[in-house]
Design a protein. Structure first.
Ligand code: SGN
Ligand code: CA
Length: 527
């Protein structure tokens, strides 16, 4: 349990989680209701409960409320840092190669059981609202109201059982509409049944379009630059050099950063971005569009007049990116507050487990990047806060290694359903109860497959323990395999690749052995 007993440097109000060694008596309790709130691409750096400098300037009081009354997991990870694969891990409690969903496109093996199906059998009312993004129809839900594909921010289309397979446009902002549908599920559900509701927001996914009421929020704030903003990837494998997710080179001024005024200039060559951008604006009502233009035009014109270049342009891009991203987060936080207020008003807080997480982490300029995919911390690690009403202590921090394959087992345990033997993840309930299960994992396995694809992040798998991380990049046929090793204690920014250094040979061997063990026992078929 040494990991969990480290001093809490980031989060002072919380008590540091110290698990009991003795096992408390198991009592059967009433099945708990379950609310799983999952945003899309929300970085832990931008939740104030995690204490990162960026979030200090853009706090999230409602999400923090969950942390103050629950457990803040500081070592929560995904297995494959991408939307559809991450959602498949959630639904099945299985790794990507086990559930079939390795990449963003087709993949899911629909013969696998989705955990809400097991809850339904036990008498739960189940629902999902917002971003579904699985490559199959919602399975295991009594109620669904889901966005088309990735979803749109303004006036998005939703599908429900009543819409006969059609997507129907609704006026409003995606985050608010998704919460409306969540509240509708809660209000109309049969009150004599326990429920499980997945609230999956589109925000803050690219291209980070805030609601009209927050278009000027943080306008005068200057957000701090990450230490690795100008990373030159000097010690790394080829993968970090050839990705296409740099703010400087791959973040577009019109589509990503909303400088509408540039799209008509002859220097502007990005046809794809122009089309995508026009499509986002064309979705708006006249009032929305007017408000939008009035908010962005003055600062856009100022920026154009300055004819920014080099570092000045890069800094401007970073500031605009962060502001828009954090404006999206502001609405998420408000809407989490609205949902919590409802649960409180209805007296549901004491028999509902409430989870806040994201489908993966995100780069807020670290290594000069946006997007995710890599096994480096900002993307691999995801926010995870759980308000477990039966926990003996409130406001605690847990530093055990947990992963997105653990949600399904946790929810089954909350419903008193025995975990099927084929499910790979582990229930988090013992950890939240202050117990330390004897066989808790000491290593995490990670595997990213989506290559070649947008952002061009080479395929890789790897292992991480509480301190060290080994990554193996393999790519396509003919591409050179290459390994990286990091000591996260002395090098939390992962800039010194230690692979092959004599002083680290024992650690390297230990992690390589562990990686081989994972590949063998899990029957991994590519690496
Ligand atoms: C879109 C985005 C990418 C993003 C993927 C996957 N481009 O293709 O930047 O990496 O989704 O994101 S966009 O211009 O169309 O927004 S994920 O969250 O669904 O995995
Ligand atoms: Ca995502």
């Amino acid at each position: 349990m040494k990991n969990s007993l480290q001093a809490s440097v980031l989060f002072t109000p919380a008590l540091l989680f110290s698990a009991c060694v003795t096992k408390p008596q198991q009592q059967v309790q009433k099945p708990l209701n379950i609310i799983h709130i999952m945003t899309d691409d929300h970085s832990w750096q931008t939740i104030s409960a995690y204490g990162h400098p960026i979030s200090k300037l853009a706090p999230t009081p409602n999400i923090d409320r969950l942390a103050a009354e629950g457990v803040l997991f500081r070592q929560a990870f995904v297995e494959n840092s991408l939307s559809t694969p991450s959602r498949a891990c959630l639904m099945t409690g299985l790794y990507s190669h086990q559930n079939g969903q390795r990449r963003l496109g087709k993949g899911i093996d629909t013969t696998k059981v989705f955990f809400p199906e097991l809850l339904q059998k036990q008498g739960y009312q189940t629902g999902v609202v917002g971003k579904w993004h699985m490559q199959c129809e919602p399975k295991g839900f009594d109620f669904y109201h889901v966005l088309w594909d990735q979803g749109n921010y303004y006036n998005p289309e939703f599908k429900s059982p009543e819409s006969n397979g059609e997507y129907i446009k609704e006026e409003g902002y995606a985050t608010t509409l998704t919460t409306d549908h969540a509240l509708h599920f809660l209000e109309t559900r049969p009150k004599d049944k326990p429920f499980c509701l997945l609230v999956h927001h589109k925000a803050p996914h690219r291209n980070w379009m805030p609601d009209t009421k927050y278009l000027n929020l943080y306008e005068d704030v200057e957000f701090p630059y990450p230490e690795t903003f100008q990373d030159d990837y000097a010690t790394r494998c080829e993968a970090a050099h050839k990705q296409e997710m740099r703010i400087e080179d791959n973040m577009t001024l019109v589509y990503d950063l909303k400088v509408d005024e540039l799209k008509e200039t002859k220097e502007y060559k990005d046809e794809w971005g122009r089309k995508m951008w026009d499509a986002s604006l064309d979705r708006m009502t006249d009032v929305q569009r007017k408000t939008w233009t009035a908010a962005y035009k003055p600062s856009n014109e100022k920026m154009i007049a300055k004819k920014l270049k080099g570092d000045d342009l890069l800094k401007w891009k970073y500031q605009r990116y962060l502001k828009d991203y954090l404006r999206c987060i502001k609405t998420i936080d408000d809407e989490v507050g609205r949902l919590l207020d409802y649960l409180e008003k209805e007296g549901l807080m004491e028999n509902t487990i409430i989870v806040y997480t994201s489908d993966q982490g995100f780069y807020m300029g670290e290594h000069g990047w946006f997007d995710k995919r890599f096994m480096y911390e900002e993307s691999f690690r995801t926010p995870l806060i759980i308000r477990y009403p039966k926990a003996k202590q409130k406001g605690i921090v847990c530093d055990e290694l947990v992963q997105n394959i653990d949600y399904a087992p946790t929810y089954l345990a909350a419903a008193n359903i025995e975990q099927p033997v084929y499910m790979t993840g582990k229930s988090l309930i013992p950890l939240m109860n202050g117990e330390m299960p004897k066989n808790w994992r000491q290593y995490l396995y990670y595997h990213y497959y989506d290559y070649p694809a947008i952002h061009q992040v080479q395929r890789h798998d790897g292992v991480r323990d509480e301190r060290y991380k080994l990554i193996h990049f393999y790519g396509e046929k003919g591409e050179v395999n290459c390994n990286e090793l990091y000591d996260l204690k002395t090098d939390p920014n992962e800039i010194n690749n230690l692979y092959g250094q004599t002083e680290y040979v024992d650690i390297q061997q230990r992690l390589l052995k562990q990686l081989t063990q994972f590949r063998t026992t899990l029957q991994i078929d590519e690496y």
